[in-house]
Design a protein around this ligand. Structure first.
Ligand SMILES: NC(=O)c1ccc[n+]([C@@H]2O[C@H](COP(=O)([O-])OP(=O)(O)OC[C@H]3O[C@@H](n4cnc5c(N)ncnc54)[C@H](O)[C@@H]3O)[C@@H](O)[C@H]2O)c1
Length: 357
């Protein structure tokens, strides 16, 4: 900490630590992120986080879904920081050999609004999404879950395996992706990283979700997911952060939980305009929610029950929000600073202007 005018600041005012994606990757552990995500859910449930839910806006021309920008402003009172993730994504990036989603998290002192960190949002997003899916699974999946299915072997498919592996004594992972090359790459990486785990690839989604405990719906699909509701067996928990599982499963599950109603119901219903499977489920789901679907903070705070029987089919649906990004990026900043990582940039002169140009 730096003292300025008798107050403590993370960095000297006017200077900002820029933390790269590589620094985040090298410093943050999945175990720590799971702890942070659980803290976040407790803070959300006790009014310790304030957020604004800004609708994304689309910036591409001539493309139906194209390119969008998504701000996530958030004040995390227990950490004394306020921040905003400004991320964006474009469907044309992969074709250009670029990451689909790009962005930064800007973190400031909460009572002076002085910015002190800019953290790349790539790994932060990837790891915190699996982190909150993991906390959902901790409370809703069977405690002795040992087999998981990954539907969509991309970035989220990787981080979800890392999260579930921290929480459960995993024996097997079943993988389905529409692209064989994506699955083969996943197999190679998973075998190297988790030598004790059996990794099975499937050429169809049905076999990949038969005889499993947890399904991670981590595919990027614009149409109904390849996994049919009727294939999901009793006792299975489904983590729904992307596509992969038919959305109507949400309305058929014995327990359907949202990360946070204020954020996720809107995301879910606006999704209904984009995907035909969502259309029907979106309308039903909003009515169904009014009748009492659950929210994850209430489960973590034990105000409502998590899994109650071995047979119930459960699902958690959640979308992105600043409450996930800012605390995880802040942890990456603190670790980077402790380890002397990141680049400190003198961005501006912090004193008031005394002359006009
Ligand atoms: N809820 C959140 O906070 C959150 C955060 C990040 C990403 N996401 C969502 O998660 C999803 C995955 O993101 P990612 O970054 O891992 O993307 P990615 O591009 O790295 O991976 C997606 C994978 O899905 C596969 N896929 C596409 N269609 C498929 C199909 N029909 N069946 C099976 N697999 C299919 C692709 O081949 C690819 O390997 C996206 O929908 C994204 O919007 C949600």
């Amino acid at each position: 900490m730096v003292i300025w005018a008798g107050r403590e600041f993370h960095e000297e005012p006017g200077k900002i630590r820029v933390v790269s994606d590589e620094d985040v990757y090298n410093t943050l552990s999945m175990r720590k992120v799971l702890e942070i995500c659980e803290d976040v859910l407790r803070w959300l449930g006790t009014g310790k986080i304030e957020q604004r839910f800004v609708p994304s806006f689309r910036t591409a021309t001539g493309l139906e879904r194209g390119c969008f920008l998504l701000p996530h402003p958030c004040w995390v009172k227990p950490l004394g920081v306020v921040g905003n993730k400004v991320s964006g994504a474009s469907n044309i990036n992969p074709g250009l050999g670029l990451r689909g989603s790009q962005g930064v998290v800007i973190i400031r002192e909460d009572d002076t609004a002085i910015p002190f960190a800019i953290v790349d949002s790539g790994t932060v997003t990837s790891i915190r999404t699996a982190g909150h899916a993991g906390v959902g699974a901790k409370y809703l999946a069977k405690k002795d879950s040992s087999i998981i299915s990954i539907i969509g072997a991309g970035d989220q498919g990787r981080s979800h395996l890392a999260a579930m592996n921290e929480l459960f004594d995993l024996k097997e992972v079943k993988v389905y992706d529409v692209y064989k090359e994506a699955m083969e790459k996943y197999l190679h990486e998973a075998q190297e990283k988790y030598p004790g785990l059996t990794v099975q690839l499937y050429d169809n989604a049905k076999d990949a979700v038969t005889n499993t405990d947890i399904i991670c719906a981590t595919a990027k699909v614009d149409k109904p997911g390849p996994v049919k509701e009727e294939w999901i067996e009793p006792g299975v928990h489904v983590c729904m952060i992307g596509g992969g599982v038919e959305t109507k499963f949400l309305t058929k599950a014995d327990k359907w939980v949202l990360g946070l109603r204020e954020n996720d119901l809107d995301a879910f219903i606006s999704g209904a305009t984009l995907v035909s499977d969502f259309k029907e489920a979106g309308a039903t789901a909003s009515l169904w929610f009014e009748k009492g679907a659950l929210e994850l903070p209430d489960i973590v705070l034990e105000r409502r029950p998590g899994r109650e029987t071995e047979e119930e089919r459960t699902a958690v649906y959640h979308s992105g929000m600043g409450a996930w990004d800012i605390p995880v990026a802040y942890e990456a900043y603190k670790l980077a600073k402790e380890q002397g990582l990141g680049t400190v940039v003198a961005l501006y002169h912090p004193k008031p202007y005394t002359t006009l140009k």
